[in-house]
Write a protein that binds this ligand. Structure first.
Ligand SMILES: C[S@@+](CC[C@H](N)C(=O)[O-])C[C@H]1O[C@@H](n2cnc3c(N)ncnc32)[C@H](O)[C@@H]1O
Length: 287
């Protein structure tokens, strides 16, 4: 069935002969072919895209990078390994630094020079524990929605960046498709500072810091890529359906706070897939 009664009502109305002819005569004739075309991948780019951007910077081996908000250190190690960079991973969560250091120790068993080139320390984007003009690459992936003082964070990126260095920031932003009540709940649950999920605030902070936008790349296709590779988004959609249908089952087992975070995380992926959130990478240089 192409349309249910609620759709009928919101369009021309169920009794409209033109709509009836379109929906129940013309459309069914092409529906199967349409779905077959939709079954073809649009060849979305995946997570490699950020590394390809770094590759394009042509940084010589031994260049210094900071991974701001490094989490468990996966990308710090990848940057060090792929591009032979010296990387400092910074994160405010002690558990992340401990896990990153453990990951580094395991990695170093196979790559003996890794411990000379990679280190992790506690810190925040707004006050980087680094000297002025000491890095060639600031990599900040999926972090700045959590930062209220965006101006301060970008000022720090500018301060630590050497002449000719580059900044790569990746994050999600709310779009016009995200309804205000959805946004309010999602931002609160996921620890997002509302203004920091707006492109205008980000671009104002970049410019106030004296950084220049070289490129802003829409990477919203990542959701499709993840779905095509692993079915991650549809799994999250299924989880969201279960969480919404029987909240008490999961709240009783894991508590309300964990329930909210799980639902927020599931909806985050679903919203990103359907364009309520978009993913962008900014490539910046000293202005
Ligand atoms: C979604 S995770 C991303 C981790 C990693 N960058 C990645 O892409 O896998 C967000 C990270 O931001 C960190 N974070 C939160 N507030 C921060 C701040 N003010 N400065 C630096 N990192 C922060 C969190 O601890 C967490 O590790």
């Amino acid at each position: 069935m192409p349309a249910k009664s609620s759709n009928c009502a919101s369009r021309a109305g169920p009794a409209d002969p033109e709509w009836l002819a379109l929906s129940y005569d013309a459309y069914p004739r092409i529906e199967e072919a349409f779905q077959a075309v939709l079954g073809e991948s649009l060849q979305p780019r995946g997570h490699e895209a950020l590394y390809e951007l770094v590759g394009g910077f042509g940084l010589p081996a031994g260049s210094a990078a900071v991974d701001v908000g490094c989490g468990e250190g996966r990308h710090s190690l990848e940057l060090a390994e792929r591009f032979r960079l010296t990387v400092t991973g910074i994160d405010p969560v002690p558990r992340h630094i401990e896990l990153a250091q453990a990951e580094l120790a395991a990695f170093a068993a196979l790559h003996p020079d890794a411990e000379r080139r990679v280190s992790f320390e506690l810190g925040v984007a707004e006050a980087l524990p680094l000297e002025d003009r000491s890095v060639d690459l600031v990599w900040c992936r999926d972090v700045l929605v959590h930062v209220a003082e965006l101006h301060q964070a970008y000022a720090e990126f500018h301060r630590v960046l050497r002449e000719g260095g580059r900044v790569l920031v990746y994050q999600m932003f709310g779009t016009d498709r995200l309804e205000p009540r959805e946004a309010e709940w999602l931002w609160r649950t996921m620890g997002v500072v509302p203004a920091s999920a707006e492109r205008a605030s980000t671009e104002a902070a970049i410019s106030a810091a004296g950084l220049r936008v070289e490129r802003c790349i829409d990477l919203s296709e990542w959701g499709e890529w993840a779905e095509e590779q692993t079915g991650k988004s549809s799994t999250r959609l299924l989880y969201a359906a279960r969480l919404l249908r029987e909240p008490q089952r999961y709240v009783a087992q894991f508590g309300q706070a964990a329930y909210d975070i799980m639902l927020g995380d599931c909806l985050w992926h679903v919203y990103a897939l359907i364009g309520k959130l978009d993913r962008r990478a900014y490539l910046l240089s000293r202005g």
